[in-house]
Ligand binder design. Structure first.
Ligand SMILES: NC(=O)c1ccc[n+]([C@@H]2O[C@H](COP(=O)([O-])OP(=O)(O)OC[C@H]3O[C@@H](n4cnc5c(N)ncnc54)[C@H](O)[C@@H]3O)[C@@H](O)[C@H]2O)c1
Length: 334
């Protein structure tokens, strides 16, 4: 029988642990014997996380620095996921977006050092590159963020890496768009949008088609954070890693989604001026820490179909729980 590593001396502080990625990451880390502390506003509800003896959940706003500081006590490592996490939600109220995604970032890094946190992983985004002509966009390329959301991601990266030292092991991750099922579902990301419409309307619509869209299965996203946690300090300190699966065109993604259904799914292609094409290389993370993806877009689609069949997703074309922009409009956070 495989000898499981004892992780119970580690208490991972997950800021934003009740989000789409966080909800699955928390469950995985608990299954690996970690203690986990989630600090989150729980914008998408509390029931997305399990009851577990090794899980502490703290409802709070990360802009409340005193509360954040108290909550860090006893934690050993940080994974920072919390934010207003897409362009439209950020643009809804850019002052709010900046206050959450940027203003409290540096104080949080400083308090992590004061609280003797060992390692800090920051969820940036591959959108920091903007649009590049190069076939393989690697971590050393110049950042040309096109939106405020991406701009502040890039700014936080710089801050974190400036604090990199033997006291705080820092790592920046630039994930592709995540896809698949989570107990806190998002249906506003490309593969999930198409699957939702295929399942519920027998029809999907794509704008353009040739543009490349890198994706990563949520299970791989979770494995990726876990790999970084378990990588020796010398391999991850001060490092930046892209994390994605293949770069597929929208046409190809639509075909993959369609092929996962027995029913005939109509694919409508609408012309668009938005020819932005993204493509990232995930070679560095493979070569330096040995992380490779195990799941594809088909797996994500099939997991979502399974969730629909089991009625786990309720009123999925309208329910604001699945759409960040709708939820932010609804709660009118200040
Ligand atoms: N999902 C993707 O496709 C994707 C791709 C690249 C990068 N990322 C990054 O990964 C991270 C996680 O993404 P996600 O899809 O899970 O996002 P999400 O929106 O599902 O989760 C964000 C979490 O942050 C919490 N939060 C927001 N404001 C807060 C505040 N003021 N105080 C405390 N908590 C607050 C929310 O309640 C939510 O639980 C984000 O940083 C995102 O930018 C995500």
């Amino acid at each position: 029988m495989e000898n499981k590593k004892d992780n119970s001396n580690k208490n991972i502080f997950i800021l934003g642990g009740a989000g789409y990625v966080g909800a699955e990451l928390v469950k995985f880390l608990l299954s690996q014997g970690y203690r986990v502390t989630v600090f989150d506003l729980f914008i998408y509800g509390t029931e997305v996380l399990p009851n577990h003896p090794n899980l502490i959940t703290i409802k709070g706003d990360m802009r409340d620095l005193k509360h954040l500081n108290q909550s860090l006590i006893g934690c050993t490592d940080v994974i920072h996921l919390a934010c207003i996490s897409n362009d439209p939600s950020f643009e809804l109220n850019s002052n709010l977006g900046k206050s959450i995604n940027y203003d409290c970032f540096e104080p949080f890094v400083e308090m992590s050092i004061k609280n003797k946190i060992d390692s800090f992983i920051y969820a940036s985004s591959s959108s920091v590159y903007g649009i590049k002509e190069e076939k393989n966009v690697t971590e050393d390329m110049i950042l040309e963020p096109l939106t405020d959301y991406s701009f502040y991601k890039a700014e936080c990266e710089k801050i974190l890496l400036n604090y990199s030292s033997s006291k705080l092991i820092t790592t920046v991750l630039r994930p592709a768009t995540v896809c698949g099922y989570s107990s806190r579902q998002r249906l506003d990301v490309i593969v999930n949008i198409l699957t939702n419409h295929a399942y519920n309307n027998n029809k999907i619509k794509i704008f353009g088609g040739e543009q490349l869209r890198p994706n990563i299965h949520i299970k791989d996203m979770v494995r990726c954070y876990y790999s970084i946690l378990n990588t020796s300090n010398n391999k991850k300190a001060g490092k930046i890693f892209n994390a994605g699966y293949q770069n597929q065109s929208l046409n190809k993604i639509a075909q993959i989604v369609k092929n996962c259904f027995n029913d005939n799914i109509e694919v409508e292609t609408v012309s668009t001026d938005d020819n932005r094409s993204y493509h990232i290389s995930s070679e560095k993370i493979k070569n330096e820490i040995g992380f490779v993806t195990e799941f594809g877009i088909e797996d994500a689609v099939n997991d979502l179909i399974n969730a629909f069949d089991k009625k786990l997703l309720v009123d999925s074309l309208n329910n604001s729980d699945y759409y960040n922009i709708k939820k932010m409009q609804e709660i009118n956070l200040k």
